[in-house]
Design a binder for this molecule. Structure first.
Ligand SMILES: C[S@@+](CC[C@H](N)C(=O)[O-])C[C@H]1O[C@@H](n2cnc3c(N)ncnc32)[C@H](O)[C@@H]1O
Length: 344
């Protein structure tokens, strides 16, 4: 059995956790912002590990991770109570783990400088059989990271660091901005909430606006279909996609006429005066009723005061619900819905 530590963004822990658990189809154990996921060695091969000395089995293809709210993923080498950490470090076989350059990083606020120094020295001294161990703080082959969940210290080997440039893709940096545009990190998480990447390949956003969800989906190599009733928004979406060299089907139309079969519908619903809809409640009631023939999974963003449970009818069931603070006057709700008879 192996354990992985997912270091979650603190922005919205429940959403960060669900993003990992739903996209990897597994359950973990959350303490502070660390999600620990145990895996049997019989699961899928970890293709990110190409060092034959480290030929272990892991949970997913980590080279394919595309999470929004996870900052890092590590393999747990060992864990100890703080008092026993140095003893644990002395007993660990660092020589089998570190073959070339390495670095050691401590989560902010854990340990005093003296303990860190002793830890560094234990590792360095145990590598005396290596001809020339190199400490490389920028691009080490083996990045050792230490985290605390308040009870235990986790000594880990970093496997994945989130290098997505979500801030650069924020709407105000896009060619065409719009006040209702979603933060790219949230759009990414909504796509992952739909389910595992091997199952969710074709996605529609029938209220696509300036294309925030289409962009993140296209970056994840999904087949994306976008529709909006506003021709200016369609131009914005097309130009935004083009400026990033991304492909998606985008067309002018009414979400109520959408009838193509897709793996998931992921959409940020119209709200407020930007929505250009006269009777939003009626439009949405019809929408939820009609799309039962197109998909079995919905991931929906809505403004906080929208009473979604009242609009979805009897065919959909809410399986997850999150509130995310966006700014002073806006808290968003994210819902994951499944078709009641989704196995039929
Ligand atoms: C909240 S915005 C979507 C924002 C989008 N996620 C983004 O990142 O830009 C909702 C969009 O729904 C569109 N809309 C409203 N009623 C519609 C309808 N009946 N069919 C299709 N689009 C509609 C609006 O024009 C608006 O662009």
């Amino acid at each position: 059995m192996k354990e992985h530590l997912f270091l979650l963004s603190r922005d919205c822990l429940s959403l960060a956790r669900a993003e990992v658990e739903r996209s990897l189809e597994t359950k973990g154990f959350l303490k502070k912002n660390k999600l620990i996921i145990s895996v049997n060695d019989s699961s899928v091969n970890d293709s990110s590990v190409n060092d034959s000395s480290n030929n272990h089995l892991s949970i997913v293809d980590l080279s394919n991770l595309s999470l929004g709210y996870t900052r890092e993923v590590s393999e747990i080498l060992f864990s100890e109570k703080e008092l026993k950490l140095l003893l644990g470090a002395k007993n660990y076989d660092w020589g089998s783990l570190i073959k070339n350059s390495y670095s050691i990083e401590f989560e902010k606020g854990i340990f005093d400088e003296e303990t860190k120094k002793v830890f560094f020295k234990i590792v360095w001294d145990s590598l005396n059989k290596l001809k020339k161990p190199v400490v490389d703080l920028k691009k080490a082959d083996t990045k050792i990271k230490l985290y605390s969940d308040g009870e235990k210290i986790f000594v880990t080997k970093n496997l994945w660091t989130n290098s997505e440039k979500f801030e650069e893709r924020k709407a105000h940096n896009r060619l065409y901005n719009h006040p209702t545009a979603l933060h790219p990190k949230l759009a990414r998480a909504m796509i992952n909430l739909a389910g595992s990447s091997s199952k969710i390949k074709k996605i529609a956003d029938p209220f696509c606006g300036s294309g925030g969800i289409l962009i993140e989906g296209a970056l994840m190599n999904k087949k994306m279909i976008g529709i909006d009733i506003d021709k200016v928004q369609i131009i914005r979406a097309k130009e935004n996609l083009k400026s990033l060299n991304l492909k998606s089907e985008v067309s002018l139309g009414d979400a109520l006429d959408f009838c193509e079969e897709v793996d998931a519908i992921i959409s940020d619903l119209p709200y407020g005066k930007n929505s250009k809809v006269n009777n939003i409640d009626n439009t949405l009631r019809n929408f939820f009723n009609k799309i039962t023939t197109c998909t079995k999974i919905l991931v929906i963003g809505s403004e906080e005061k929208m009473n979604l449970p009242r609009l979805i009818g009897f065919e959909w069931v809410i399986v997850e619900e999150f509130s995310i603070y966006i700014h002073k006057t806006m808290t968003k709700k994210i819902f994951v819905l499944e078709l009641v008879n989704k196995n039929n």
